[in-house]
Design a protein around this ligand. Sequence first.
Ligand code: KG4
Ligand code: ZN
Length: 334
Amino acid sequence: MRVLGIETSCDETGIAVYDSEQGLLAHTIFSQIELQAPYGGVVPELASRDHSRRALPLVQAMLEEASLTGKDINGVAYTKGPGLVGALMVGAMLGRALAFGWGVPAIGVHHLEGHLLAPFLEPSPPAFPFLALLVSGGHTELVHVKSFGHYQVIGDTLDDAVGEAFDKTARLLGLNYPGGAALAKMAELGDPKRFHFPRPMIDRPGLDFSFSGLKTFALNTVEKNGNDMQTQADIARAFEDAVVDTLTIKCKRALQQTGLQRLVVAGGVGANTSLRCALRALCEKHNATLYFPRQEFCTDNGAMIAYVGCQRLLAGERADLSVDVKPRWGLEEI
Ligand code: KG4
Ligand code: ZN
């Protein structure tokens, strides 16, 4: 089965074709970062408008480039939620309409299930069950992935997502949205000994996270120490060390608690080099195997939606003609 995937839950328009026999045939992405950066975050109305402007031309260009036409597609998958309601509506309506026009089935996919299963787009995917750390601008979750479709969220953030904490702290240091990667670069020049940020929630049992205190801590540190370049780098370093340490401690706890021996890291913050190193060391010490989807499939993309949609369509699931989206949708409610 050959499935077109459409991802429009936030500020990336992702389009892809996944074939159950041949794997990923084509994928393309358009990021709204330049459009959204002047506003310091994602403006939902602008996101919806840009998706509606880009999505269909992207579908056409990608199909042409892969020498495919609508006749080669046997199903359409779109992101049904969670995400920005208007943005989701654009992808869902387009996906449903294309499926209707082509006379093929459609399916709405859970965005986070896409992230969890993105490693299956790679040549050596993990076997079930595994532990997944989802870290992006919108999510910070530890998930026990038991098998396809069976997910248990064992840790979640009580406030800011980890990427959001990176972006807010980056903004404080004068970096443009989304500042996570730029903050990480700045941190390379920072002195790790100058400031010590707290490791939130590690002295409490459990696997939940809380990151909003860190940006306040960063703000207070700026106010006390000024904002010259070296101080900024030192703050970036202390912030990053605190986040990486906290995530690593919680992953260690989760591996011990569940007895799992495979760890998948997904989401934009998974690009962070220092986090990758820390988790690699953790897994080596605990005889666990670490999996990362390739960089472009860590962040939002259409390939992961096409992959999950393909599995669900093969299992006989279908969306009906009345399109609905779920802006709020827990992983365990799938
Ligand atoms: O998964 P993603 O592309 O989008 C969603 O939020 O769904 O994740 C984007 C987030 C942003 O907050 C960005 O600042 C952060 O990932 N990010 C990073 C790095 N690269 C991207 N955070 C820390 N270090 C990085 N190298
Ligand atoms: Zn995402």
